[in-house]
Design a protein around this ligand. Structure first.
Ligand SMILES: *Cc1c(COP(=O)(O)O)cnc(C)c1O
Length: 455
């Protein structure tokens, strides 16, 4: 007799599939409320108990109490932070991954996952201009991607300085994502903070900072950003990459948000310097339309990363004893993780089935909408542009508003279910920010949002 937990309940299966079918067919999905609604007191009380609660009851609690308390990150009205707009095909295939409990840890266990994930990674490496032989894995997000890559950078830098404990620093600008600073802190690597001109990290700024520093030899790498999260600014990848080649520094590029714009016809040229990267990350769960949680982590020379990151243990030895080096590709060896779900497959399936051109046009749509919005703002009388649109992000100010006014406006838009828009800080000032990503966000919605700032 099968254990009751492992028996498939067809009725429950149908109820769950019905829920998924309904959700997938909503166009658009409801924006919903997040913390703007309270989960009813006692809604969850007693659900975890010795004898178990009937599944229909728990599903109903989710449907009525929990789901509305999550702002739909895939709504075309989600314009805060960095949205996430998974394609229908990627969501459908995520169900295949879920229902198969698909493991993506090692070649021995999961070669069928690994070859498909690697096909998707090869596509990204090719688009970035990285050489043949580049590769890596999918990790949970940009934060873990940055931490993994910078761990390799640190160890390679220390090896070059001849000591596993040498003081090492990594150059970064103030506009780098918070996860870069956090990763360096975890790694006990000092940030070498470079002051930039107008928030763009350039070769000239790095050279000046190195020339002014008494110990430039301790700087072993550079962390550049390909699309800052706050403003969509792409650092001088060409210049920074070149200086890294000249001085034998590790060149890491954080393209978690903006890296996808390497596929854009209008802005792809900003990413040509990616070909110099020793490591590069881009989050398919941001602008490559895959479900959370998914970051592509690529290394120019994956064998270096494997030496630093592969976990060794008696019970894992079999994973590293495969006969054919070329195919001994364990995703677990390339990031700070071991067990992992096959999180690259929803992206892979969607990329295969929709085709690359669909991705190019969907990415371009975000940029075009940002450009359009910036023009509207520039020509309006109550708003002004803080700076030109950066990729798909627009920063702007409402004349006369303070932080409290922006926050009240943000809450009002959410409670009226118009859009989810949050202000940001720019050079100390609270300003408006719109981050476009969903190709179905319309000019009409943007107009409604901008008009709502009149009074
Ligand atoms: C979002 C983001 C990150 C962090 O990625 P997570 O997937 O949220 O961990 C890192 N860098 C940049 C530039 C980002 O936009």
């Amino acid at each position: 007799m099968a254990h009751p937990m492992f028996h498939y309940d067809e009725k429950l299966g149908e109820a769950i599939f019905d829920y998924c079918r309904e959700r997938l067919s909503l166009d658009p999905v409801p924006l919903d409320f997040g913390a703007a609604v309270d989960v009813a007191d006692g809604a969850l009380r007693g659900l975890i108990c010795e004898s178990g609660t009937p599944a229909e009851e728990v599903l109903e609690v989710f449907r009525t109490h929990l789901a509305p308390a999550v702002v739909s990150i895939d709504s075309p009205g989600f314009l805060a932070f960095i949205p996430n707009a998974p394609t229908k095909n990627s969501l459908l295939f995520d169900m295949v991954v879920a229902c198969s409990g698909l493991n993506g840890t090692s070649w021995l266990e999961s070669s069928g996952v690994v070859v498909a994930e690697n096909q998707a990674l090869d596509f990204l490496a090719g688009a970035a201009g990285l050489p043949e032989g580049s590769g890596g894995t999918f990790v949970s997000g940009g934060s873990l991607g940055n931490l993994s890559a910078l761990t390799v950078a640190r160890d390679v830098g220390r090896a070059r300085l001849g000591s596993p404990t040498a003081r090492v620093r990594v150059a970064m600008s103030d506009d780098a994502h918070s996860s870069i600073g956090k990763a360096l802190h975890i790694l006990d690597v000092e940030p070498f903070l470079v002051t930039t001109d107008d928030h763009r990290f350039t070769r000239a700024a790095l050279e000046a900072a190195l020339a002014a520093d008494p110990h430039p030899e301790t700087v072993i790498g550079v962390a550049a950003t390909a699309g800052t999260t706050n403003a969509g600014i792409v650092d001088d990848l060409e210049g920074l990459g070149a200086i890294c080649r000249e001085r034998d520094l590790w060149f890491h590029v954080d393209g978690a948000y903006g890296g996808a714009a390497m596929l854009s016809a209008s802005h792809g040229h900003l990413f040509e310097g990616l070909r110099h990267a020793d490591s590069f990350i881009v989050d398919p769960h941001k602008w490559l339309f895959a479900p959370l949680d998914c970051c592509a982590l690529l290394y120019r020379d994956p064998t270096v990363a494997r030496k630093v990151l592969a976990q060794q243990a008696g019970y894992l030895d079999v994973l590293h004893e495969a006969s054919d080096e070329e195919y001994d590709w364990n995703p677990s060896d390339f990031g700070i993780h071991l067990s992992r779900r096959a999180r690259g497959l929803p992206f892979w399936f969607s990329l295969c089935t929709n085709g690359v051109e669909a991705y190019r046009s969907a990415v371009q749509r975000g940029i075009d909408l940002a450009t359009w919005t910036a023009e509207r703002i520039a020509s309006s009388d109550h708003l002004e542009l803080v700076r030109p649109a950066g990729l798909s992000v627009v920063l702007f100010r409402r004349r006369g508003w303070d932080a409290a006014r922006y926050n009240a406006w943000s809450q009002e838009l959410l409670s009226r279910q118009i859009a989810f828009v949050t202000p940001t800080k720019w050079e100390g000032e609270t300003v408006g920010r719109l981050a476009f990503l969903h190709p179905d966000t319309t000019e009409e919605l943007v107009t409604e949002i901008l008009d709502s700032m009149r009074d």
